[in-house]
Design a protein around this ligand. Structure first.
Ligand SMILES: NC(=O)c1ccc[n+]([C@@H]2O[C@H](COP(=O)([O-])OP(=O)(O)OC[C@H]3O[C@@H](n4cnc5c(N)ncnc54)[C@H](O)[C@@H]3O)[C@@H](O)[C@H]2O)c1
Length: 310
């Protein structure tokens, strides 16, 4: 298949692209390369990979690039509430208008898979299922919920991803587990907040596998949203800290009260719908943390900022 991956040079994209190439797909990455092209170097030897530097806000260009594709995996976004809040106009442009450009240009026989997020749920009391009303709180959550609606209205698939963790060629250290592990390793101390909040987690390679899964099961999944994660990785922030602490027993930790999550993420999510189709996670938090601990000795304090999304 010819598969277009917007945002293909990012944290998920640079993990997903080699998987798609390995499956034999012809892959076009369309990305403004705001983090550079380096995350794709390991895949660029493959003759089936094409890289285009472009913006999803460029309506005509993205439509032209989409025209001869069989499937579009739309990852490009301004990701996370801090990044969105630091440039709201560009975030809304990319996450809403950019997604509209793609939804509008989709032809009826093309597959469209959208990276949505659990942040669309906002604060919910019960276990979130795909039927739960979306009540996003942050600009990020709201913009992704609008994007999801546009994608579903044209028969696309929305994957509502848990919070990801783990190593990727485009590393992100602003993600909760990655950030806590880095602090535990380098500072020997973890300050965290809202330890009782329940969150959902998933390894970035398992997330990338979910896009491949959706591509291969698009007929039965089209027009629908799916929570992507696994009940086994539903846990509180404090439980995450304890797991990291088990692997790094020398570090200390403290629950502080001076910060809070703008997305008010405190929820349990059901992953029954996707697991019934046969998708399951493979990588545990311990495995993901251990992988990161192999490289953290070579990232200095201060340098980690360049792996943040703001
Ligand atoms: N990482 C997570 O935990 C997580 C969780 C839920 C959902 N998501 C979603 O997954 C997708 C990918 O996230 P990520 O973690 O890989 O983030 P990322 O920031 O690493 O990747 C985003 C990519 O999009 C590109 N991009 C940004 N604006 C663009 C524009 N206007 N035009 C073209 N390209 C542009 C960037 O250059 C980057 O390569 C996003 O849609 C995000 O909302 C991520």
């Amino acid at each position: 298949m010819r598969v277009l991956v917007t945002g293909g040079a990012g944290y998920i994209g640079s993990t997903l692209v080699p998987m798609l190439l390995h499956k034999g797909h012809e892959v076009t990455v369309y990305d403004n390369l705001c983090w550079g092209v380096y995350p794709l170097l390991h895949a660029a030897y493959d003759t089936k990979l094409r890289i285009i530097q472009g913006d999803v806000n460029d309506r005509k260009r993205i439509a032209d690039v989409m025209a001869d594709q069989d499937a579009i995996i739309h990852l490009a976004a301004i990701v996370g509430y801090p990044a969105c809040d630091s440039n709201p106009d560009y975030a809304l442009g990319t996450n809403i208008s950019g997604t509209k450009n793609i939804a509008d240009s989709k032809s009826s026989n093309q597959i469209l898979i959208f990276a949505s997020t659990g942040s669309c749920y906002g604060a919910i009391k019960d276990i979130g299922t795909e039927e739960t009303k979306l009540q996003p709180l942050s600009l990020y959550g709201k913009s992704k919920a609008q994007g999801e609606e546009m994608v579903l209205s044209v028969g696309g698939i929305a994957l509502r991803l848990a919070t990801l963790f783990g190593l990727s060629p485009r590393m992100r250290l602003d993600l909760l587990i990655n950030d806590l592990t880095f602090k535990a390793f380098t500072c020997k101390h973890i300050n965290f907040y809202e330890g009782g909040c329940r969150r959902t987690f998933l390894h970035v390679r398992d997330a990338a596998r979910a896009f491949v899964f959706a591509l291969e099961n698009a007929n039965s999944m089209k027009g629908q949203a799916y929570n992507i994660g696994d009940e086994k990785l539903n846990m509180t922030k404090l439980q995450v800290v304890q797991r990291i602490h088990n692997l790094l027993p020398d570090c200390t930790f403290a629950n502080i009260s001076s910060e809070s999550d703008k997305d008010k993420r405190d929820y349990e999510v059901s992953f029954k719908k996707i697991s019934q189709l046969g998708y399951h996670h493979k990588i545990s938090i311990e495995q993901g943390v251990n992988e990161m601990l192999k490289v953290f000795p070579f990232i200095t304090i201060g340098e980690q900022i360049k792996y943040f999304n703001v």
